[in-house]
Design a protein around this ligand. Structure first.
Ligand code: C5P
Length: 290
């Protein structure tokens, strides 16, 4: 008996960091938007042991992999001693700010809970998710959400009218950015480190009323301060995208992915060709409807 589940990614429409906490994490407010560009996870019961395989040979398949850690955490909490085989077919780029690994961990919690006939409630899965990382709780639900705390407190929101029918153009530049590096280097940018609270709520209101002037003003990412300082090409991408008709363009999460919102998928595909002709074909790109 096996079960296959899609594991989506996300972009942050705003990532507003409010300050560094005593525990070393950063207090933040963010709006996370699910993006239906997915990895695929297959779960099967086995006689004994936990075995993970992955289509990407550069990813570890031991306890360093979040899927492995999520599975161990689930099996321990549920008191299950049976074995499990898990295969991860990876399509989402790594160290990209798209939450691919976090999504994989959440999908593992949900997938194993389904495979073993729901031994744990959603509240328990949220507790396990928060113990595994800051972005994992978001992926236990499939709506846009406002996340606060270190990212683990998630409030689901209705789909935003502003994004209906629009398309997301994703660009990964071919290099990744480490999340701890981005947060550590934020210390050099005090204004970005200590954002004004309430901006995420303002963006929610603008997304609900389709006020594109306000959306453009409020879409913001504190982690662009260190990331664009080190990799100025990311700012050049954003300027290009806006010149070619994007409604908005921003870095997602701790980078390195840039995303742009276009009126239609056809327009986004047209700009994708222009982008690749201009910047070369080393970038990974995708166009995904919202
Ligand atoms: O929680 P997660 O493992 O996803 O975070 C990875 C790293 O990102 C943390 O070790 C920390 O350095 C940084 N981080 C942070 N504040 C957050 C989330 C992550 O400083 N709210």
């Amino acid at each position: 008996m096996s079960l296959t589940k899609l594991s989506p990614c996300k972009v942050n429409l705003i990532l507003n960091i409010l300050g560094r906490r005593a525990d070393g994490y950063h207090e933040l407010e963010t709006i996370m938007q699910p993006i239906r560009f997915c990895d695929e996870l297959t779960f099967a019961r086995a006689a004994a042991g936990l075995e993970l395989s992955c289509s990407d040979p550069t990813l570890p398949v031991d306890g360093h992999n979040l899927v492995h850690r999520a599975a161990t955490s689930f099996l321990t909490a549920a008191g299950i001693h049976d074995g499990v085989n898990i295969h991860l077919a990876k399509k989402i780029p790594l160290a990209a700010g798209l939450g691919g690994g976090s999504g994989n961990a959440a999908t593992t919690l949900l997938g194993l809970n389904e495979l073993f006939d729901q031994p744990l409630g959603l509240e328990k899965l949220h507790e396990l998710a928060a113990g595994l990382g800051s972005d994992i709780n978001f992926f236990l639900q499939d709506q846009p959400a406002l996340a606060t705390g270190r990212g683990e407190k998630v409030q689901s929101l209705a789909a935003f009218p502003a994004l209906a029918g629009k398309a997301c153009f994703l660009i990964h530049p071919g290099f990744g950015i480490s999340t701890p590096w981005a947060y550590q280097n934020l210390a050099r940018f005090p204004a970005a480190l200590n954002g004004r609270p309430g901006r995420a709520q303002q963006l929610v209101a603008a997304l609900q009323t389709s006020d594109w002037h306000a959306i453009r003003v409020e879409m913001y990412n504190s982690l662009e301060a260190p990331a664009l300082d080190k990799y100025p090409v990311l700012e050049v991408f954003q300027k290009f995208l806006m010149e070619y008709g994007a409604l908005a363009a921003l870095m997602s999460g701790s980078g390195s992915t840039t995303f742009a919102i276009f009126e239609t998928a056809a327009k986004a595909e047209e700009v994708r060709e222009q982008f690749l002709a201009f910047f070369g074909r080393n970038c990974w790109t995708a166009v995904v409807p919202f």
